[in-house]
Design a protein around this ligand. Structure first.
Ligand code: SF4
Length: 384
């Protein structure tokens, strides 16, 4: 499907970022600024926002709602609220709105999809549904249904509670299937130890997060045949490692020759996520003194971009916007998820090489503001 993203890109354009997108770097006083070849709004986000604008025109005058965020970026969601779009859930929800929805209402399903229960509820209420689900998000859905049909339990490399993973889990449950969600290679090790007979069921339950497995899953009966998929925005290298580790565990348990029968692995990382991670890694390899990764704190792909930098030994910080830059840097800790305030974060040496990247839900305008704030904080000025 072709997406006309002209209006969306125009709304969020930033001339400095446009220049840097073309050149990849520039020198401002004592600072060298670096940007990767791929960053920021992905095709799926462009498409979702373009569909919202189209729906606003088509259904002008009717109450319009988002189930929760359209994408994980506070700026973009605030812009939609300012345009009169209400929220049914989350921090900005209108109390009681969900229960009172009717035929007059228009409800937008976000880019990361919705649960089967939510879709059924909306259909029963007779609302007009504008479904902006990204086609890349449909890929793991299709794959998991294939696994189910062939008698596999799905292992999802994803985040419990993330809308996309919640939708995939609900799809599996609605078809009577089972799943296990693993967030990291560490959690996969716990599952692998159980498969290899080195861990008891109670320890496995304790080693996974709450909500990591389907209700009624029998760990002895339902983990015989496993099919792996990924939430589309996970760290690609970690997804590969998780698939390999589970394959090894099943080979250990049942023998190499049984893998054809009891193991499947399918890469469902989306192209934009992969491109942004590869490009972020290429810039990290230039060994910048500082790497600022801009995006909503809930944004899975942004969190993983920060991990790419850290894995390559670069001081990478996940920040949400320009207000995070000051005497203390406000950023999200990649391990604990806590929001930290860090003093003495800007290296004093000059010249200084600073790299930036942005998640798939981060508008250029926001990234541009971050770059400008950093320059001003470092005492440098863009040439007029
Ligand atoms: S990050 Fe990928 S899956 Fe998510 S909206 Fe963008 S293109 Fe679609």
């Amino acid at each position: 499907m072709n997406v006309d993203n002209t209006e969306v890109r125009q709304t969020y354009r930033n001339p400095l970022v446009e220049d840097l997108r073309r050149t990849g770097s520039c020198q401002v006083g004592q600072l060298e600024l670096l940007l990767p070849q791929s960053f920021g709004f992905c095709w799926g986000v462009d498409r979702a926002l373009a569909m919202v604008e189209e729906a606003r025109r088509e259904y002008e005058g009717r109450p319009m709602w988002l189930i929760s965020s359209i994408i994980h970026n506070p700026r973009v969601n605030a812009d939609l609220r300012a345009k009169g779009i209400g929220f049914l859930r989350g921090q900005f929800a209108t109390p009681g709105a969900l229960e009172q929805l009717g035929a007059e209402d228009v409800v937008i399903v976000p880019a990361f999809s919705a649960t089967v229960e939510d879709m059924q509820d909306l259909q029963q209420r007779g609302v007009t549904i504008v479904d902006t689900t990204c086609p890349w998000v449909i890929k793991p859905h299709k794959r998991t249904l294939k696994y189910l049909k062939e008698g596999f339990t799905t292992v999802i490399h994803g985040t419990v509670g993330h809308e996309e993973t919640a939708a995939t889990c609900s799809l599996i449950e609605s078809h009577g299937g089972h799943y296990v969600v693993v967030y990291s290679i560490e959690e996969t090790e716990v599952l692998a130890a159980f498969l290899e007979g080195r861990l008891q069921e109670d320890d496995l339950r304790a080693g996974l997060r709450c909500g990591s497995f389907s209700p009624g899953l029998d760990f002895n009966r339902d983990l015989q045949r496993l099919g792996v998929i990924n939430q589309t925005t996970m760290l690609a290298s970690e997804s590969r490692a998780i698939g390999d580790r589970l394959k090894l565990a099943l080979a250990h348990r049942d023998g190499e020759e049984a893998l054809e029968q009891n193991f499947r692995d399918f890469d469902t990382i989306c192209r934009a996520t992969q491109d942004n991670q590869d490009a972020a890694a290429a810039v990290a390899e230039l060994a910048p003194d500082l790497y600022l990764v801009v995006g909503g704190y809930d944004s899975s792909n942004t969190k993983n971009l920060a991990r790419v930098g850290r894995r390559l030994g670069v001081p990478a910080f996940h920040i949400e916007g320009p207000d995070c830059i000051g005497p203390q840097l406000v950023h999200r800790d990649r391990t604990s998820g806590e929001i930290l305030h860090e003093a003495h974060w800007l290296p004093e040496r000059r010249p200084l090489r600073v790299a930036f990247t942005a998640g798939a839900s981060t508008p250029d305008a926001l990234l541009g503001e971050v770059i400008e704030r950093l320059l001003s904080f470092a005492g440098e000025k863009l040439p007029v």
